[in-house]
Design a protein around this ligand. Structure first.
Ligand code: NDP
Length: 258
């Protein structure tokens, strides 16, 4: 894995960052990283225990460095009115949002396409696609109020790999990339920058579900790809409408199957 670039760590003091899927895995470490750089992280997930653990770690870091804070938001991303209320609450409290990391996602099932149950397919689309779109719709005006709004949607190489048995997840990630590109184009002439982030294979619960036979010790710890997020939230970032690949440490416009 390309090491996270450490020369570009921006000071995020005073910046408000919304991170979904912050209760575990990659989102947990992205939230920690943003808080360590000074951000106030609005941490979203369903599992209160995971969010509280994150909060404890952020508080401990704050005691050491004086940086970072968290607001915990237990929320199911299939609850669309709740997503709308979250945007309203952020507006009431801060009047703006500086950073969005739409990271939460579900795998669904690894299965031949014809064997996928309707409820599984619909759940993957509800969380990964509709939830992401609804969140974008809810916070887009708030990100435009930031002097350097940065939005990141988390994608996967599965979107382009054409891999057997991955259809629902792959379709959801292709859809998320399409949302990202249209949004980036709509905001091209504004301060807001919108990109996708491909963490690459990472040692998390989702990866274990996808690849049960794999030795997790062969995979990077989620803190490794999380470190790369600093590239995408940097106020100096100029890229928009791109996919940042942790594997290569580069932004690409369109990815072709390997
Ligand atoms: P995990 O399963 O470890 O974490 C998923 C996160 O999403 C959890 O915090 C979970 O919180 C949250 N989440 C799931 N469903 C909902 C829901 N309905 N409402 C709110 N939050 C929800 O996965 P990873 O950390 O591996 O994945 C993070 C992102 O990275 C995903 O978008 C994934 O597709 C992507 N990715 C992961 C790769 C990997 O190898 N791990 C590779 C490429 C991409 P809770 O259950 O508490 O609600």
């Amino acid at each position: 894995m390309t090491p996270a670039p450490d020369l570009t760590i921006p000071d995020l003091t005073g910046r408000i960052a919304l991170v979904t899927g912050a209760s575990r895995g990659i989102g947990y470490f992205i939230a920690k990283r943003l808080a360590a750089a000074g951000a106030h992280v609005v941490a979203v997930a369903r599992t209160v225990g995971g969010l509280e653990e994150l909060d404890d770690e952020i508080k401990a870091e704050r005691a050491r460095s004086g940086k970072g804070e968290a607001t915990l938001v237990p929320l199911d991303l299939t609850d669309m009115p709740a997503i709308d209320r979250l945007g309203g609450a952020i507006h009431d409290r801060w009047k703006k949002l500086d950073l969005l990391v739409a990271n939460a996602g579900v795998l669904g099932v690894i299965s031949p396409i014809g064997h996928v149950e309707a409820k599984t397919f619909e759940k993957v689309m509800a969380v990964n696609v509709t939830g992401t779109w609804r969140l974008i719709r809810s916070v887009d005006p708030l990100l435009r109020f930031s002097e350097a709004g940065r939005a990141v949607v988390v994608t996967s190489s599965a979107a382009h790999a054409g891999r057997a048995f991955w259809a629902p997840y792959a379709a959801s990630k292709a859809a998320v990339e399409a949302l990202m590109r249209s949004w980036a184009d709509e905001t091209r002439n504004m301060a807001l920058r919108v990109n996708a982030f491909d963490p690459g294979g990472t040692r998390t619960a989702m990866r274990a579900q996808a690849m049960p036979g794999e030795n997790p010790d062969t995979l990077p710890h989620p803190s490794e790809p999380a470190g790369h997020i600093m590239r995408l939230v940097d106020p100096a970032l100029t890229e928009t409408g791109k996919i940042y690949q942790v594997k290569t440490g580069r932004f690409v416009s369109h990815r072709l199957p390997e």
